[in-house]
Each structure stands twice: as structure tokens, then as C-alpha cells.
Design a protein around this ligand. Structure first.
Ligand code: FE2
Ligand code: FE2
Length: 276
């Protein structure tokens, strides 16, 4: 196992792509917005090692909120998402969010899951670091939750990789932001997740989507980071539900030895990387 002391790489976290073929969200074409973000990410130097996509991948449910869609009706959204992120010349790892459909995701993204309802959690090593993705999707609910089996799996994985710094990804935020609307739909048992992470001092960051804004919260050695959406953003001030049409954003993380560095990039105006 290579030590993380010599690590030298970067990766991106982009999230809440909300792909919905044939529809728009508050007048915004989420696919066009995601293509713009991809257009910037492919120009990054040095090239990132991988991408994590933080959930709310597909959202055809937002086109017609008067009924519950079938899994089959989600399939075109995942097909389009695959096509759009297919321009990235490095591996892409997906997280599920509240708007997703787990069976359609497994089928269209060819995850080789044991069953249509299998939780999509995963882990991999990169240059001595441990990367772990969790699944907080609960069908039919805006909030998230993790069952005991997944928390036990996380605990065991961190135990088995006790010498490696770990970065954990989950869609829903375990700690409140201080904004009432968003905090009405958190990771409901976030305290359980944090309790597991706090048993493992190697767990450095937990990186979330869902909230459509960037925020950082630290408690002792654990830091929660949230990343803006690739489409609509949520007000950082309003206690009530309030969206704004962009700007699209994503998070870049640079890892050098024991140092983790991160910044959020927003795409202002019509141009891409020249504006950043
Ligand atoms: Fe979202
Ligand atoms: Fe969400």
C-alpha cells in the first residue's frame, strides 16, 4: 500500500446535475448547464484523477410533480447523463440523491448491483487515500437516511484502512447549515454517521451535495464541505425556499502529501474557463 505522504493528484466533485430530458427547471436547461461545467473541467491542468458526482443525478420527477414516475421513465435521464459526463477522460463515481431512482440508476449506469434496490455505496484507494461513497437515498422522501448495515460497512471499511486518510461522500448534509428550508431535509440520522466517522481520526472530510451552495462546517478533526449545483443554486441567506438561476459551480480538490486543498469554481457569464 503506497503511503499518502507522497500523494500528488487532484479530483473534482460536482453535484445536483438534475438531468431531466424534455424539461426545464425554473426555466433552466440542466443538461446545457452541465455541458458547460464539463467544458471547463476538461480544460483543468493538471488533469484530475477522477470525478465524484454527488447525487440528484436525474430529476424527471421535477417536470410533473403531480404523479410518481416509474423507473422506466427515469431511464432517458440517466442515458443523457452518461452521454454528457462521457466527455471526461478519467473515471467518474456516482452518488445517489433524493431525486434519483435507484433501479433505473443501476440499470442505466451498469453498476452490476446484486438487485435493483441494492444501496450504491463504494470505496476505493488512490495514492494512499481512501475514498468512500455512501447512499442516503430513501425513495419518496426529500430527506435522507442511512441504515445500520451501511453504517456498519463504513465502520468496517475505515477499520480495515486505518492507516489511510479518508474522504467520505454522501448526498445529504449530516450537520445543519443554519438555513431552515434546507435543514428540514437533512440526513436524518446524521448524528449516527458522524459518530462512526468520529471513531476514526483518519476520516478528514465529508463532502455533500443536496444543498446547492458551498459551505464548510468543522467539528474537531472532521470537516463537512458542501458543493454548489451544476444548475440552480439555493439562496445562502433565505430561511425559506429560494432558488437562483446559477451560476453553475463545482469543487476542485488538490492533494499533496498530507495536505488537502479545495476551492469552488463558478461559471460566470456565457464563457467558460476564461472567466474563472
Ligand atoms: Fe439537488
Ligand atoms: Fe437533494
Amino acid at each position: 500500500m503506497p503511503s499518502h505522504a507522497g500523494a500528488d493528484f487532484s479530483f473534482v466533485h460536482f453535484t445536483d446535475t438534475h438531468i431531466m430530458p424534455g424539461g426545464t427547471w425554473q426555466g433552466l436547461d440542466t443538461a446545457v448547464s452541465l455541458r458547460r461545467v464539463m467544458g471547463v473541467i476538461v480544460t483543468l491542468e493538471p488533469k484530475p484523477a477522477f470525478a465524484i458526482v454527488g447525487g440528484d443525478l436525474a430529476s424527471p420527477d421535477l417536470i410533473d410533480r403531480t404523479r410518481v414516475l416509474t423507473s422506466a421513465e427515469y431511464e432517458p435521464a440517466y442515458r443523457l447523463l452518461r452521454e454528457i459526463v462521457g466527455v471526461l477522460p478519467f473515471p467518474v463515481h456516482f452518488i445517489l440523491g433524493n431525486h434519483d431512482d435507484r433501479p433505473a440508476f443501476h440499470r442505466m449506469m451498469e453498476t452490476r448491483a446484486a438487485s435493483a434496490d441494492t444501496r450504491h455505496h463504494w470505496a476505493f484507494d488512490h495514492q494512499g487515500y481512501r475514498f468512500i461513497g455512501l447512499d442516503s437515498h430513501v425513495p419518496g422522501n426529500a430527506w435522507g437516511e442511512m441504515d445500520g448495515a451501511q453504517l456498519a460497512w463504513l465502520d468496517a471499511d475505515l477499520d480495515a484502512h486505518a492507516g489511510q486518510p479518508a474522504i467520505v461522500f454522501v448526498h445529504h448534509h449530516p450537520w445543519p447549515l443554519g438555513l431552515a428550508w434546507m435543514d428540514s431535509m437533512p440526513l436524518r440520522n446524521g448524528a449516527d454517521l458522524v459518530a462512526v466517522l468520529e471513531r476514526h481520526p483518519t476520516a478528514r472530510w465529508i463532502v455533500c451535495g443536496h444543498v446547492h451552495m458551498d459551505q464548510q462546517i468543522q467539528r474537531d478533526g472532521l470537516t463537512m464541505l458542501t458543493t454548489p449545483s451544476t444548475c440552480l443554486q439555493v439562496s445562502k441567506l433565505s430561511q425559506a425556499r429560494k432558488f437562483s438561476a446559477g451560476p453553475p459551480g463545482f469543487r476542485l480538490v488538490e492533494v499533496k502529501g498530507r495536505t488537502l486543498s479545495t476551492r469552488v469554481l463558478h461559471l460566470h457569464g456565457d464563457a467558460g474557463v476564461a472567466d474563472l
